[in-house]
Design a binder for this molecule. Structure first.
Ligand code: KG4
Ligand code: ZN
Length: 340
């Protein structure tokens, strides 16, 4: 089963073709991602209007390339999938409308995919992973612990009560004068810093619900930074390292609770799986390794290129739904908000 996938919910324009075999295994035939980072960097964050216009300019060419690289024609497709949300509505409309046009012209099924579901199912594209498993979804917009029980069966166990983790990294970077996008910059600076110089709060540690909170930690970094002004390079590195250490401590505690609740409700998970841009952070990947080992489960981390937004994950989620006989009509609506 060959599926074309389209991703336009934020600042990546992406198209991919994947193959799903009858045994449920997956293969990526092409996966083309154009990051609009350069377009948004001057503004210190994603500008929705600029993103939507860039998706319009780029998408057709990227789809052409994805189809050519995969060596398939439209007649070979079992379906076309687009992320129908959640995300910036202008971009979502561009991707979904394009997918509808292709589906109509080539008389192939449309699958309107939830972007979060695509992150949740991605590990099954590269690994023979069976349900149920525990997903830690950490991106610029989301911080969630989710029990993935089957395709379309998700139970959210925990979430952030304020900022998403990627958002907190981005805001800390901005207040320390590091360029956008901040996550990788904070990680790089932290590698040169002293993680014990500042004792930042470990948010939510010890709470019975596996939720996250990051805005208090962010404020603590801001207060410390303004006390130190003007900031030397070493101050920035130490602030980043101490911030990241607090994030890791909080993550370890929250996931420990999340995994315990998972096991109580659904039995032992087949794996702990991480997805989303923050899951490409090496320090976080290391911490997750320890968390999984202590909980007696295996850790599955998609390669970094599949952790950040891409078309292959949308195509794969579409294929998983198609394999169950699920597709969508031309009335499928673009959605800015869409809970798993
Ligand atoms: O999943 P993603 O590509 O886009 C969505 O938000 O859906 O995630 C992007 C987020 C940004 O906030 C970015 O700063 C963060 O992931 N990020 C990182 C790292 N790489 C990306 N955060 C911490 N460390 C990183 N290495
Ligand atoms: Zn994402």
């Amino acid at each position: 089963m060959l599926v074309l996938g389209i991703e336009t919910t934020c600042d990546e324009t992406a198209a991919a073709v994947i193959e799903r075999a009858p045994d449920g295994s997956g293969r990526i035939l092409s996966n083309i991602v154009h990051s609009q980072i350069g377009d948004h960097a001057p503004y210190g964050g994603v500008v929705p209007e600029i993103a939507a216009r860039a998706h319009i300019d780029l998408l057709d060419g990227l789809i052409d390339r994805a189809m050519r690289e995969a060596g398939v024609g439209y007649a070979d497709l079992a379906g076309v999938a687009a992320a129908a949300g959640p995300g910036l509505i202008g971009g979502v409309i561009v991707g979904l409308t394009t997918a509808k046009a292709i589906a109509m012209v080539h008389d192939t099924p449309l699958i309107a995919v939830n972007h979060l579901e695509a992150h949740a199912l991605t590990p099954r594209l590269t690994e023979p992973l069976v349900f149920p498993y525990c997903l830690f979804l950490v991106s610029g917009g989301h911080t969630q612990i989710v029990a993935v029980l089957g395709v379309g069966e998700y139970v959210r166990l925990g979430t952030t009560v304020d900022d998403a983790m990627g958002e907190a990294f981005d805001k800390v970077a901005k207040m320390l004068g590091l360029p956008y996008p901040g996550g990788p910059q904070v990680e790089r600076a932290a590698a040169q810093g002293n993680a014990t110089r500042f004792e930042f709060p470990r948010p939510m540690v010890g709470r019975p619900e596996p939720n996250f909170s990051l805005s208090g930690l962010k404020t603590a970094v801001r207060n410390e930074a303004s006390r130190l002004l003007p900031l030397e390079e070493q101050d920035v590195a130490d602030l980043c390292a101490s911030f990241q250490a607090a994030v890791l401590a909080s993550t370890a505690d929250r996931l420990k609770v999340g995994l315990r609740i998972f096991e109580e409700r659904f039995g032992p998970p087949q794996a702990l799986v991480a997805a989303g841009g923050v899951a490409s952070n090496q320090a976080i990947r290391g911490a997750l390794e320890t968390i999984a080992r202590k909980a007696g489960t295996v850790l599955l981390l998609p390669p970094p290129a599949l952790c950040t937004d891409n078309g292959a994950m949308i195509a794969w989620a579409g294929a998983e739904r198609l394999a169950l006989g699920i597709s969508d009509g031309m009335d499928a609506a673009p959605r800015a908000r869409w809970l798993l």
